[in-house]
Design a protein around this ligand. Sequence first.
Ligand SMILES: Cc1cc2nc3c(=O)[nH]c(=O)nc-3n(C[C@H](O)[C@H](O)[C@H](O)COP(=O)(O)OP(=O)(O)OC[C@H]3O[C@@H](n4cnc5c(N)ncnc54)[C@H](O)[C@@H]3O)c2cc1C
Ligand code: FES
Length: 359
Amino acid sequence: MGSYLRPTELKEALAALAAGPRVILAGGTDYYPARVGQPLDDDLLDITALPDLRRIVDEGEHWRIPALATWTDLLETPLPPLFDGLKLAAREVGGVQIQNAGTLCGNLCNASPAADGTPNLLALDALVELSSARATRRLPVAEFVTGNRATVLRPEEMVTALVVPKPKHEARSTFLKLGARKYLIISIVMAAVVVEIADGSVANARVAVGSCSAVAQRLPALEAALTGRPLDANLADLVQPEHLAPLSPIDDVRGTAAYRREAALTVVKRAIGAGRMRSPAQQVAFTVNGRRVEIHVDPVRRLADVLREDLGLTGTKVGCNAGDCGACTVRLDGRQVCACLRGWRRRRCRVGRWSPSRA
Ligand SMILES: Cc1cc2nc3c(=O)[nH]c(=O)nc-3n(C[C@H](O)[C@H](O)[C@H](O)COP(=O)(O)OP(=O)(O)OC[C@H]3O[C@@H](n4cnc5c(N)ncnc54)[C@H](O)[C@@H]3O)c2cc1C
Ligand code: FES
């Protein structure tokens, strides 16, 4: 039987790690599923009672995402379009329950090749802040994760935050994940893109691909090819198979290496060509229950959230967040759809209450 500590001060937590190795426990959404059927005999350091490690803050030169910031915290924090890609990933990490408990730092520290946060953090040029009782150091994400489930975290350290530097220019980002179905799925391929824009052209591009190598990889040759080019619909045409050279996909139950390589090319092209890269927020006009509405919508938000939060239509519930339960069903242009799965690809539509008796 292992021991269990739940300190309420960071100093206490770091002292415990200095005294001997412990498994750090945050949301537990990676830790517990990995131990199903096994005895829980680890010496645990539960960090969930540590104060001031939850709120994502703007610290002038950078944003700070502390160790206990969850995917839901990220989604609920107003952030610039630079974070749209990371927010799109947040929406697809498990269901709402997992997003409420799982942390961004836990996702990175678990170092799964399929972790949805990692390619985004690479594209954001994020740093990892590692603290011990003796010192604090910061490392780029690419140096922190060294292999499948391997990081350079020392036994006496914990990750206290992710640090995202502010870009020099206006920046936009996106994220695209390919899975065997739309939601609640481990990705086969995923791509995260950040572009900085100056005078309508790409001043700086960062592209990272996950699930196609032991550690998500940046694509430097592609980034160089994109730089200086006009930010228009033709940008995606620049993506060539040789740009994917850093990837080393494997065959597994979710897909063959050859399929992954081909899919990666398509996913990267689609991410770079995505409309939100050129225009992060949209003015949308639509009719809801017979009422004409015009609002400015952030493309990372779903129809369900806009109906509930912006228009007060709380009859639309979000239950499973995965298109399974039907609690969010609305009638969209005469068809029943799950509002939890709908983004804002169309600018004009008619939305109405769906009632089972009329189905
Ligand atoms: C049903 C389900 C669906 C999921 N879907 C997805 C998905 O779609 N995409 C995806 O990427 N992931 C998914 N996950 C995995 C998981 O939810 C995420 O990776 C989550 O972000 C992990 O965070 P956590 O706080 O729960 O980590 P924990 O389980 O608490 O920890 C994970 C690992 O990181 C270490 N750790 C945690 N915090 C720190 C810290 N501050 N310093 C040092 N080490 C630390 C722990 O020791 C452990 O080794 C899913 C999990 C479940 C159960
Ligand atoms: S919330 Fe369950 S289907 Fe949308």
